[in-house]
Design a protein around this ligand. Structure first.
Ligand code: UT7
Length: 327
């Protein structure tokens, strides 16, 4: 009988554009204050991509870092998955642009997946399924976003929140290890109107207004639903993994709002010293938050080899999800 295939995490990487936009900069653009932004969201600054620096470029740079950390050659990759809601174009996919940018000689499949801020966790679930079914062996999974290009810079309710960045993970088939212990995903489309980016989708074919091309959010309503859904996802994934709260070294939640993170920690009954936070310097970067936070936790020694972590996310759709992983 064939030995069961497991999924091993070989490496991670991340990349942020150089340009920093501080709360002080925003004070000059809209009626707001550093104090309001810090106390209501936890954000102090965020990164902003250049006009000629598309999402695939951030994805490329994060992928190169992940390949280095995994210590594998490009040619070992046999599938590219990119989670994004801010693609370079409607099509071709950002994954195809990344394929080209990487200079991959192999015509391996490449496609995007759209699950907003839960995108990277949806991607982990897909990568695990592809690997453990035996279909693909080594997957490059990326979460990459340029939310600032779809931000309404006149709307103080949203423009203080978002940033740009990308993170990548290499996952591979293993007969010895299984680093993705469990994944739980959920969605409820009836909330779609509370947070969206209509952009140039077919539903707004007739709406020429520039405002339709920007992210819109009813923040207070989103906040109320995000907290219980993230706590639920965390509990479900933990149950599926047959681990307990005490077994998890670090909880890595989606970085949308510091108050959401604290409320989720409180609901789960965990202290904040077990929760990774980097929202102060990134803002909300949707599908890229959990992977860039994970990468930073690994690089700064907060997560060591063999430690368990739980990624937890919530976003537009609504979508939510959590994954228990071993580094
Ligand atoms: O990543 C996907 C998931 N996204 C989220 O989870 C985001 C969820 N929502 C949030 O993080 C929060 O709801 C926000 C940060 C967006 C807003 O915080 P809030 O505590 O819910 O504030 P609010 O919308 O209830 O607004 C409170 C007040 C309002 O003034 P009035 O009506 O009370 O006079 C706003 O106009 O704060 C005002 N306000 C601001 N003031 C200064 C809103 N934005 C700003 C601002 N600067 N940037």
């Amino acid at each position: 009988m064939n030995k069961k295939i497991g999924t091993k995490i070989l490496g991670t990487g991340s990349y942020f554009p150089e340009k920093i936009l501080t709360n002080a900069d925003l004070e000059k653009m809209i009626e707001t204050s550093d104090e309001w932004i810090r106390t209501r969201t936890g954000i102090k600054e965020r990164r902003v991509s250049e006009k000629d620096e598309p999402t695939s470029e951030l994805a490329y740079r994060a992928s190169i870092e992940a390949l280095k950390s995994a210590n594998i050659s490009l040619e070992q990759i046999d599938l590219i998955l990119v989670a994004t809601i801010t693609p370079d174009m409607l099509f071709p996919s950002t994954a195809c642009f990344l394929h080209e940018r990487l200079g991959l000689a192999n015509p391996v499949p490449a496609f995007d997946l759209s699950a907003a801020c839960s995108g990277f966790i949806y991607g982990i679930s897909m990568a695990k399924a592809f690997i453990e079914s035996g279909l693909y062996k080594t997957i490059l999974l990326v979460g990459a976003e340029e939310l600032t290009k779809f931000t309404d810079w006149t709307d103080r309710n949203t423009c203080v929140l978002f940033g740009d960045g990308a993170g990548a993970m290499i996952l591979s088939a293993s007969s010895e290890d299984n680093d993705i212990l469990s994944v739980f995903l959920g969605a409820d489309g009836s909330y779609s109107g509370l947070l969206d980016l209509a952009a140039c989708g077919t539903a707004c074919y007739k709406k020429a207004s520039i405002n339709e091309r920007k992210i819109k959010m009813q923040g207070r309503e989103v906040f109320k639903i995000a907290v219980p859904k993230m706590a639920l996802a965390a509990e479900k994934a933990l149950n599926f993994s047959e681990k307990e709260l005490k077994d998890i070294k670090l909880f890595i939640p989606h970085q949308a709002n510091m108050r959401i993170i604290e409320a989720v920690a409180k609901k789960l009954g965990i202290s904040m010293d077990r929760v990774f936070v980097n929202i102060h310097k990134t803002g909300n970067i949707s599908s890229a938050t959990t992977i860039t936070a994970l990468d930073e936790a690994v690089k700064t020694g907060k997560l060591q080899k063999g430690d368990l972590a739980e990624l937890i996310a919530f976003g537009g759709g609504f979508t939510w999800g959590a994954a228990v992983i071993k580094m």
